[in-house]
Design a protein around this ligand. Sequence first.
Ligand code: PMP
Length: 358
Amino acid sequence: MEAMNVRQAVRDVPAYRFEALPALVKLDQNESPDDLPATLREAALARVAAAEWHRYPDLHPDGLAARLAARHDWPAEGVVVAGGSNVLIQALVVLSGIGRNVAALSPSFPLYAQQARLLGAALHEVPLGPEHAFPTEAVIDAVAVGSGVGFLPAPLAPTGNAVDPRDLRRVAEAAGPGWTIVIDEAYAEFAGSDHTLLARDHPRVVVLRTLSKAFGLAGARLGYAVADPALAVELRKVILPFSVSALQLAVGEAVLDAPHWIDERVRATVAERERLAAELRVRGVRFVPSVTNFILLRVADAAATHRGLLRHGVLVRRQDHLPGLAGALRVTVGRRDENDAFLRAWDALTRVNGEPHA
Ligand code: PMP
């Protein structure tokens, strides 16, 4: 260990927590439960086959950026495409955070804090308010003076509750001139929200979107930022050249050419989310009202319930290691049959112990 010439900041950061466990019903990563229809996969494969594999891809994926920009009625030069919104989170810390500050909600998506620590930014974690509410005043305090980048997931993650656009507007208005405010809308499609409207009025607001959730492309790795075109020029500089492959682009373009499929998928997931929430309410389960494709539950013993569900073939995600989330488990909204399997497993555990334990 001593001989390893690794920066202390890197050694100090724990590795990203994810344990891949085999399960019949996989409700642990907020993925789309359905893969693309066969016709769409064929259309994507035809594009992959037609791509020039021996050539470098576009330096910046302009074709995909233009399609995405049209969805938001945004200038194409303001859309920055990358291999997942993870990549853009890191790029935004490089852009505005290194040697300055990163403000992140706590609990929230762990990557914001991890990148701040790895890249050398002072981290300011802002605790959520009562009932996991968006802490408007505390966020304003964190970004009023100095400089840096603030990461605000909306809807909130991993709690899944909504953020009032008026609160985000207040933050954007109060943020000091040295701050870039990032609204991470990974789950926006399920909430029907669109904070690019705020970015229109505030050029220091950047909106992040992903194709990993509603678009069902977690395996293809694509995400994008919607930003003021002048800021987008700077953001592109910090993303490695040619890092989105021709193969990724072919798949992304095929899916964006069939947007009705995405809308149908979102409608089905939202209907299932509401059904699952009603079933949990009937059972007296404590959970955070969700506008996303997942629900955060609270149980007495998260480890035991996680294990118990897994024994019944259902994999959910533990979140009880996060601050303020003792006993928390996160269940992704799956297909109807998967959600039924989850409820059956839950009931089987409850019958044994009254409260789902092992
Ligand atoms: N932001 C949030 C809030 C997320 O939950 C996730 C994925 N779990 C991401 C960003 C990263 O998404 P991507 O797959 O586009 O890297």
